[in-house]
Structures are given as C-alpha cells and as structure tokens.
Design a binder for this molecule. Structure first.
Ligand code: UDP
Length: 333
C-alpha cells in the first residue's frame, strides 16, 4: 500500500511513520509544513528507511490545489491524518485558527480522499471530545460535549468522516480518540518537542534536567486521592501500533471509533514522583491555581480496541514512559 501521513513530522505522526517503515512494507508519503516544533525527524526517518519507501512533501494542508496535485501524482491507498493544532488554551483565544486547520483542512482532505478513491482514512482525534464526563472510565459511547474549540474542531471532523462514510459506500474510517500521549521511540531517535511545551511529562523531565526552575501543579484540591488531576498516560509507541493495526482492520471491518488509553490513570503528583525516581533528581514543585477546563479524572475504557483490534500495549508502565521522555530530553540538551 501507499500511505499518506499528514503531520508525519510531528510527535505522534513521526512515531507512526517510523513503525510503518520498520514493521510493514508500505510506501509512506509524508505531508508536513514543519510548524510543530524545533526538531525535524525527517532526516532520522530517512535513515531508518532502508529501501527508499519514504517521500516527504513540505506543504501546508491549507494549500488545497497543491495537496490535490500530490493526490493526483501519488495515488494513495490509505490516509493517516495527524496534521492539526493541539493547544487547548490557544484554541480558546483563536478558535478560527483551530476550525480552519483542524476542521476545514480536514474536510478538504476527506473530499480529496473520496475524489481520488482513497478508501481508508485513519483520523487522530482526542479525549477532549468528551469534555468533562461524569462517569469514568470513558466509553466511546459516552456523550461528546467538548468544552473548548480544540475538542470541538476535532469532533466536527469526526462528524464529517461519519457522514461521508454513510454517503460513499467504499469509504471507511477509523477514528482514534487519544488520551494523554507521552514517551518516545525506545531507541531515543525521535521524540516530543512541542513549541511551546505545555504537557506535563515533558515539562517535568525538563525540570528534572534543570532546564526549568520548577514544575507547577495546576491545583491540588480536585476530588481525587491526592487532590491533583488524574490522567491516562499512554506510551506513543503503543499508540502508534494501534494505527498500524487500523490499516489491517479496515481491510475486513467496518468504520469505527476507538479510545486509546491504558484504562488506568496517575495523578500529577504521581507523575512528578515517578520522574524524580527515574531521574534520581530533586527539583522544586509548587502548587498554583487550577487551569481552566481541566477535568479531575480522564481514564479510557479501552475494552473495545483491545477486543476488536487485538491491541496489546507493551510499554504500559509509567516509569518506562517517564524514562524514555527523560532520555529524549537529555539527548536534546
Ligand atoms: N499539569 C500540571 N502542570 C503543568 C502541566 C500540566 O499540573 O505544568 C496538569 C494538568 O492540569 C493536567 C495534567 O497535568 O491535569 C495533564 O496535562 P497535560 O497538559 O499534559 O495534558 P491534558 O490532560 O491537558 O491533555
């Protein structure tokens, strides 16, 4: 197969490209505008690519005619679509930026998929579509009520996919709703470098390495055991593996939506303690005010993906996730 990976130079996309090159015989075409961080993984991925199966276009998805030219030329069999903006706070301040990129550009991509008979579409969505769910673990059937434009922009794209699949017989999708993705390639060749970084694990490892003065805990009076928020942290390598499985899944199964998480969570304090343990470093921690829109507990019910895709996590230990994140940050010092 020839697979288009949009956002293939981003954090999650690059790990999926790596696995496509290492564990499948597929050809991989990446479209990315390299806007997501200060690390470009393409040269590393080109080294991993032993038999010239990787091609890279530096392009923005908003350039519809350029994207269509690529579709005409390449004749894709499947699309894995990552390219998106991901900062919740920014989406509240600048919703148009999020709807234009995450929804409008995605709709164009879906349109091109149908026009050029690309019948498999794997979409990277988010647990943010659930908003602040009352019941955890969260099932795929939990009502979707996003509380910020980021989650809403992803949910709109989900709806477009569902409607298009209902109208175009052969078009199928897998929608993945990610919980908290962290860690990196176990060989530490590629990893997470968001700019600016807002995620907990990379910020804590930066603090352990002395790149930041202290780590701030956003609130410690939540209704949880230690008062800090609980999240379901999933290793990016396990997450990437689900995308590889989804390509096979769509050969013989119908379109569907899957959560990706481990089904259990850790508090902010537990994450900080784990980084202290694996780094053997002490660092300052300060409790500050709550961040707007942070639900107290987000944990996936992952029984659907385990059962229907036979997804078996391999890196589901918080120490491993934090150690890999730490080693990556150390390498990029
Ligand atoms: N968090 C924190 N300090 C930070 C960054 C994050 O206490 O510097 C908390 C945040 O409030 C949330 C959890 O860590 O409860 C995970 O946040 P992150 O931004 O990594 O992911 P999110 O859950 O927002 O997708």
């Amino acid at each position: 197969m020839k697979i288009l990976v949009t956002g293939g130079a981003g954090y999650i996309g690059s790990h999926v490209v790596k696995q496509l090159l290492e564990t499948t015989n597929n050809k991989v075409v990446v479209i990315d505008n390299l806007c997501g961080g200060n690390f470009n993984p393409i040269p590393v991925l080109e080294k991993i690519d032993k038999n010239n199966r990787l091609k890279f276009y530096k392009e923005n998805l908003k350039n519809f005619s350029k994207i269509e030219e690529i579709f005409k030329k390449e004749k894709f069999d499947a699309i894995i679509h990552f390219a998106a903006y991901i900062q919740v706070g920014e989406s509240v301040e600048n919703p148009i930026k999020y709807y234009m990129n995450n929804t409008v550009n995605t709709t164009n991509l879906i349109n091109l998929a149908v026009k050029y008979n690309v019948n498999k579409f794997i979409f990277s969505s988010t647990a943010a579509v659930y908003g602040e769910p009352e019941i955890v673990p969260i099932k795929e059937t939990t009502p979707t009520t996003p509380i910020n434009p980021y989650g809403q922009s992803k949910l709109f794209s989900e709806k477009v996919l569902i409607d298009v699949a209902n109208s175009a017989n052969s078009f199928k999708y897998v929608i993945f709703r990610y919980f908290n993705v962290a860690g990196c390639d176990p060989k530490i060749r590629i990893g997470e470098t968001h700019e600016p970084e807002t995620h907990l694990i990379p910020l804590v490892v930066k603090t352990a390495l002395g790149k930041r003065d202290k780590i701030y805990i956003y609130g410690d009076d939540y209704d949880t055991e230690d008062g800090t928020c609980i999240r379901d942290y999933v290793h990016v390598e396990d997450l990437a593996d689900a995308h590889i499985k989804a390509l096979d899944y769509l050969e013989n199964n119908e379109s569907d939506i899957f959560n990706i998480g481990y089904g259990y969570g850790f508090s902010v304090k537990e994450v900080i303690d784990t980084v202290k343990k694996v780094s053997k470093k002490k660092f300052d921690v300060e409790v500050t005010k709550k961040r707007a829109g942070d639900p107290s507990v987000l944990i996936a019910d992952n029984s659907k993906i385990m059962k229907k895709m036979n997804w078996k996590p391999k890196y589901n230990v918080l120490e491993t996730i934090c150690k890999h994140a730490l080693d990556w940050e150390n390498k990029n010092s």
